[in-house]
Design a binder for this molecule. Sequence first.
Ligand code: PMP
Length: 428
Amino acid sequence: FRQTLHMRRNFIGRSCKLHFEAAPLKIVRASRQYLYDDTGQEYLDCINNTSHVGHCHPHVVGVGQEQMAKLCSSSGFLNEQTTMYAKHLISTLPESLCVCFFLSSGSEANDLALRLAAAYTKKKDVICLDGAYHGNLGTLVEISPVRYKKIGSAHQPREWVHVAPTPNTFRGKFDAKTENPGLLYANELIKVFQKAYQDGRQIGAFISEPVISASGMVIPPENYFPCIYRYVREQGAICIADEVQCGLGRCGEQFWGFQLHNVVPDIVTIGKPVGNGYPLAAVITTKEIADSLMDFTSTFGGNPVACAIGRAVLEVIENEKLVSSAKNVGKCLKDGFKAIQPKHPMIGDVRGVGMLIGVELVMDKESKKPAREAAEILIYKMKERKIIMGTEGKDKNVIVLSPPLCFTTDNARYVVQHFSEVLANIES
Ligand code: PMP
């Protein structure tokens, strides 16, 4: 352990985030919703949404191993794994979204989505939300205000990035008690759009997650997306849904996050869960938008191992009915946190859908001042109880849960009980 930590500190960039920086874990093995450290200690994983169907799922591992022994790279050649996976993936989406591009990370997928939008609309500017994170490539850092602010105050978004307020009804301009907050927030975005036009800018794309995970699982209110999608399209721009966190059944009931809002995007980007931990990402769009890009290659995108694994993940989701499980277990988690909320002065908000849950900690319920330090202490104390959680949001005061979809209702009750005990100690 000491040697690994020493080497990590010496040889890996200091800015590469390590979970529990002050007391890191060395994880050597994982299975289903459990992680195991170098001493054999088991931890309940509440945050690894990449290992979507469960860490090292035997079907996914078996298919991956078999394909790896047969053919790993087929860049530039016909390959059945790639085409069959594309067909299967497309069958889960609305009819208009019928062409896939494969890549290896969510950042690459969002980068390509922006390139496609610019190629199709011939307009280069982008509108995004101030609580967003869309990736770590140069252009994406600009449209990820939550993270770029940390880079330093000198770093401002460029003139081609237009930032609208995140439609948060807990601590935004319009709260849940306001009449139709969805429309009011949509108007805020429209104002940003109009200001850009007045300044002579041309917006080609609106990008957002359907559930804004980087802001701590903020679900935009009713009417928000339908109103914005209509306006954006009227202006000759297109709508990109970043499903890197909320896609593939995580929201429960619906397979895709945008379906929660009754809209159909022009481009969908996916990453994290699709390869269950193996690097795999995709952009799915309409034929017209896909055809607007003349030339595209990706050495690793669509490699047969990744695509065989992607197919296996879809099979497991179907065979194990993980979408309805995400709905039921997610409801149990959310109801559990809602039930303890009244007795905890520091639980300001409980929100989310399916297996994407956020619990926002505040200093007190009147001021709603973000309780960042308490959130940090809480995740360390939970770790002592062998439960792994994380924090999100601009102030890092939202405890987030997005566990592998094999998480059970017993796991959910166990987590809520320990969370309540630990928080009570912090509050006293
Ligand atoms: N979009 C969202 C919503 C994300 O959460 C992330 C990763 N946290 C990305 C894009 C970037 O994905 P990756 O880290 O695979 O490049």
